[in-house]
Design a protein. Structure first.
Ligand code: NAD
Length: 282
């Protein structure tokens, strides 16, 4: 029987460090949070951002974009935020409306305000092993792995989810640490190959957002399991993993809620502080 990973200790330590770091930054800081749609998972994240901004003395500007706005209109809005000297960091909240081309929007964010690390410049730097801004969710996953002192070198890792903000950068960074990384996604699921790849994993990271699609009995004995996906089921927030059964095989599970998502806002602000220090470096 494995253990549920507790992140409270990491949370308070990181938050204290951020409070101290903030006190050393002598200029006003301002986060622009662009909101194109709202669903239950983004609502929670938005309120976490707002509360964290308050605690860390950062001005928080929600930039709400109307539901049917065109890509062109959103790009114009971001260009305005890029030029605004008051704004030190920009975040684009997901999910985007269906008509929006995600990559053309992320390309617009000025690389030095791109605290989610989704602009092609920042992603490129990450790919060549010289990351500037690592996406906050990825930092949160890496911090949890660090907390259990797991040696990543040589391990078999399966990542479920291939998004620009989680799966792709995480695969690159774990590859840099010489893990053998399997990246899986909807194609793997539809080919009925998910159980196979899950069963290979010494470390399993799932970032899909479909309730309990990863079955407990697929998990390898002793695996470390990190759930990232957020979904609603019977009015409750749940993750991708069937935790109650997975815990019988896993050595550790970081569950949803109460795991990665708790640390993600902290890393968003850590990146914001970094942006201030880099100060128009690109
Ligand atoms: P996304 O929609 O961009 O990507 C989802 C990925 O899941 C895609 O690669 C897709 O191919 C894959 N997928 C879809 N259905 C699948 C299936 N049945 N089997 C296997 N793979 C499947 O989403 P995203 O932005 O990467 O977010 C993923 C999840 O993580 C969401 O639930 C989101 O709310 C959550 N999230 C959590 C945090 C956190 O801090 N905990 C932060 C960001 C996102």
């Amino acid at each position: 029987m494995g253990k549920i990973l507790e992140v409270n200790k990491i949370y308070f330590k990181l938050k204290n460090d951020l409070i101290k770091e903030r006190a050393k930054i002598k200029r006003p800081l301002c986060l622009a949070s662009v909101i194109t749609t709202e669903d239950s998972s983004s609502k929670i994240y938005l309120s976490m951002q707002k509360n964290m901004a308050y605690d860390l003395k950062v001005k928080y500007i929600p930039v709400e974009i109307e539901r049917n706005a065109s890509c062109k209109k959103i790009i114009k809005k971001i260009e305005k935020l890029n030029k605004d000297k008051e704004i030190t960091g920009i975040i684009l909240n997901k999910p985007f409306p269906k008509n929006i081309n995600e990559s053309s929007i992320s390309q617009t964010i000025a690389p030095d305000k791109d605290i989610e690390g989704i602009n092609p410049y920042n992603l490129g730097m990450l790919c060549i092993g010289k990351p500037i801004f690592i996406p906050p969710t990825v930092l949160s996953i890496l911090e949890i792995l660090k907390s259990i002192k797991i040696k990543i070198y040589g391990k078999d890792v399966t990542i479920i989810g291939f998004s620009t903000i989680i799966g792709k950068p995480l695969a690159m960074l774990l590859g840099e640490k010489f893990a053998t990384v399997n990246i899986t996604h909807i194609g793997t699921y539809e080919a009925n190959r998910l159980p196979f790849y899950v069963a290979q994993a010494d470390i399993l990271i799932s970032a899909v957002g479909k309730p309990h699609i990863i079955k407990g009995d697929w998990i390898k004995k002793g695996a470390i399991v990190i759930d990232v996906g957020i979904a609603a089921k019977e009015n409750k927030i749940v993750g991708d993993i069937e935790v109650d059964l997975a815990i019988k095989n896993a050595s550790y599970i970081s569950p949803v809620p109460g795991g990665v998502g708790k640390l993600t806002p902290l890393f968003l602000f850590k990146n914001l502080f970094k942006a201030t220090k880099l100060n128009k470096f690109i």
